[in-house]
Structures are given as C-alpha cells and as structure tokens.
Design a protein around this ligand. Structure first.
Ligand code: BTN
Length: 255
C-alpha cells in the first residue's frame, strides 16, 4: 500500500484526485477513507492487486495497463437514484471510447462491450456513514489480447490496445473519461433523466434478443423489453412482463 498524492480540482465536479501507486482495490480505499471524502473525489490506482467485480468476482488489471478508479458521489439526486450513477457512467465510458473511434455497446446493468467482448465494468457500492456512493470503474487500456485470453476470465474480454492495435497513454484516456463523467453525471436529475435513458437505449446491446437472467430466486428467460425508467431490466416472459432490479445475464440469443 502507498500514500496517495493529492491534486485539488483534478477529480470530477471540482473534487480532488488521489493517485495511489498500489492498493488492493480503489473501491475499498474509498470505503476506508469515506469520512474524509467529498462529492467528486476520485482515486486512481496504478497497480490494483485485488480488484473487485460484481457478484464477488475478481477484476484483473495488470499494473499500468488499465484504468482502475473510483468516484465518490454524494448529491441528493444520485443518493436517491443510485442506479442512475451506473447507467450514466456506462454512457460516459461509451463516449470516451467513441472519442477514440471505438464503437461500444452497453449491457445491463453496467457492462461495456466491444465486438461481443467486455472492455469495461462498473462496481457500485454504498457507504452509510456518511451516506455516499462509490462508483468503481475498470477500463482495459493497454492489456495485450494474449494476456486477457490467458487470464481465463469468465467472459471474453478486450482492451483499447486490442481494438486499435495501439493505445493512448492512461492519462489521456483518464482525461477523456473525466470529461465524459462530468457531463453525464450532471444529467441525472428528473428533468434530464429521460433523455439520458434514451441515449442508453440507443447503445443497448440487448435490443432484439432473448435473455436468460440468474437472480437470487432462480433463472428467468424472456424477450428483452428494454429498461424501465428506474433502470430495471424488463423481460417479456411466458407469465407476462417482469422487471428485475438485479441479476446476472447468463445467456443472450438473437430473436
Ligand atoms: C464488473 O464488471 O464486475 C465490475 C468491475 C469493476 C472493477 C473496478 S476497478 C476499480 C474499482 N475497484 C475495484 O475493486 N473494482 C472496481
């Protein structure tokens, strides 16, 4: 573990940027430091040694080849609609990749895919005292395809390097993402949200598919019917339309 270097106003929305050489997990660092954090603070870890993924998975990130960061969020809008943080962040990552001429798709709840391979993931966690949201983002930047293939991840993965046969420096990607996050996270109030959700839908990877979802109560299969305004996945099943707040998509087939 290392001591962070801190730069004022280099996070998002006027927050600070904490840079750490090495830490097990940027989300964990934020959890442990939440008492001292403010809205818009960001921590980036150069060498994240035990990154956490959704559903107790691990997030593989070789040192210096991936953006590993967490953003602390505390506005009333976001605290009352945490699902908007993840959906907006996924759009911001999509925007960042577009700036680099990579076309990506969004897969509920918060995955970003390119050519059917995952390039980025998001882990949302909460702090209770003080109340806040930790938005953790992992983006594969210059990880060679051979390394991703050898890591035997549970899903196929790709990186900016694989897509472009070259990758910009991490700092350059961070500056693009920082701008996109600032813009997208400002559009989470009730007035702006329908437009932001419409943007998400335009890049939805699941449109026109049949989906199997694993939930805490078992498997559910149905035709994908988009997201509800509160970010739930909707499936048209044999027993009617069902909304899911959480789950893991295990199978997708074109309809
Ligand atoms: C997923 O797709 O399963 C979510 C992956 C989230 C990984 C990021 S890397 C930065 C932040 N710190 C963590 O420990 N995890 C998230």
């Amino acid at each position: 573990m290392s001591t962070p270097t801190i730069t004022d106003k280099a996070g998002i929305a006027g927050g600070r940027l904490f840079l750490l050489d090495q830490h097990p997990s940027s989300n964990q660092w934020m959890k442990d430091s939440s008492i001292e954090l403010s809205h818009g603070d960001v921590v980036r870890v150069h060498d994240q040694t035990a990154g956490r993924g959704r559903l107790d998975r691990t997030w593989v990130a070789p040192a210096g080849q991936s953006l590993c960061l967490s953003v602390y969020l505390q506005t009333p809008d976001l605290l009352s609609h945490p699902e908007r943080c993840g959906l907006s962040a996924a759009l911001a990552i999509h925007d960042t990749l577009s700036e680099l001429s990579i076309q990506s798709q969004l897969k509920w709840p918060n995955d970003i895919w390119v050519d059917q391979k995952k390039i980025s993931g998001i882990l949302l966690e909460k702090t209770s005292d003080p109340a806040g949201i930790i938005l953790g983002i992992g983006l594969n930047v210059s990880i060679p395809q051979t390394v991703l293939d050898a890591a035997q991840l549970d899903r196929p993965a790709t990186s900016i390097l694989s897509q472009l046969n070259g990758a910009p420096p991490l700092d350059e990607v961070w500056q693009l993402l920082r701008h996109a996050l600032t813009v997208r996270l400002l559009q989470t109030n009730d007035t702006a949200w329908p437009q932001q959700l419409a943007a998400w839908t335009r890049h939805d990877a699941l449109t026109g598919t049949s989906v199997t979802l694993r939930t805490v109560t078992g498997l559910a299969t149905g035709d994908y019917a988009g997201l509800s305004p509160d970010g739930c996945l909707q499936l048209k099943t044999d027993s009617g339309m069902v909304s899911f707040l959480a789950g893991d998509i295990t199978r997708v087939t074109q309809t």
